[in-house]
Design a protein around this ligand. Sequence first.
Ligand SMILES: [Zn+2]
Length: 398
Amino acid sequence: MPRRTAATLATSGEVLRLIRTGEAVTRADLGRVTGLSRPAVQLRVAELLERGLVVERTDAPSTGGRPPVRLEFNAGGGVVLVAALGASRTRVAICDLSGAELDGREFAMDVEQGPDVVLPLLMDTWDELLGDRPRSMIRGVGMGVPATVEFAQGRTESARVMASWTGVVIPPIIRERFPVPVLVDNDVNVLAIGEHRGAYPDLDDLMFVKVSTRIGAGVIAGGGILRGALGAAGEIGHIPVIDGGGVLCRCGNTDCVDSLASGTALLRDLRAAGKDVKTIADVTALVRAGDAETMAMVRTAGRRIGEVLAGAVNILNPSVVVLGGDVAEAFGPLVSSIREVVYRRSTALATRRLRIEQSRLGAGAGISGCAVMVLDHVLSPEAVDETMTVSTLRRVSS
Ligand SMILES: [Zn+2]
């Protein structure tokens, strides 16, 4: 940490960051690390204590002198409201400020019913889960939705996939009832954030690929999510494969990997081959029973996904590719085909240390990813400082 000049005095938000990360846990540490005077440290700590973001702990007295008071981030000092919307399943929860789930509920719900139906249901559920907690504890809202999202606005953009949501700007609707920061991202980005922070916190470059009803990817590059110019980064589902045979995709193009290797495509092709399959679970049962035709189709799907991923691996050079979503989770043969093709077709340098793993968090990554996304925002030094009053800032600078 560089020594600060008067012009860049550490703010309360930065003091909170130092306490949260454990870089400084006593007032004396804070003075040393920030270069702030004792009264200035005192003032910032007092603000954080008052806002419930920090608590004081005194260790049991040792035989020596008076033990210093330790400062700890107070995970119980607030809650965030989170929701991971899927095409058919939605999980709603409240989490503390460490991202731990306090209470949650899961619904089987068709998101195509549209925002007028889905959003009020989410908000009612948060209200129920909050129970008697004072609403002043709510610090923010984080949501993942199965659509491309223009992140800065929270606007959904996916006319062909989630028609009833196209162009909907979600945050203002939520803020009418919960007037706090609202962050919305696409479901796969949220899974990538959750898996990264929960299972691979030490890796900076990770690609999360969801193979489910649809195929999509979320990319962590250099430690942060890669959203691209308008939030469409990672939409690998609509990259075409070679020799697809001219299958029309719902996006209007032909031979997109999504139209050939997603859960939806597998079900369609198996039915065309005369198999009685209604759900992915039916396909899993056939694979378990060793049905040769089904196994062959699953392997072909895996090779096609691998073909597209090999290209993505060459561009992004991740340390780990995590395969999640119910199709990837159900099918060992799919995952081994993906692995085989990625290792064969990516460059040697890109695959030298590449790991291809199945998701460790499963569906839980959605909720924890939503929580991490909103907590990173509301607990950032800038956001914390913004909530401090003008009079406080004046006192601090004097
Ligand atoms: Zn397509």
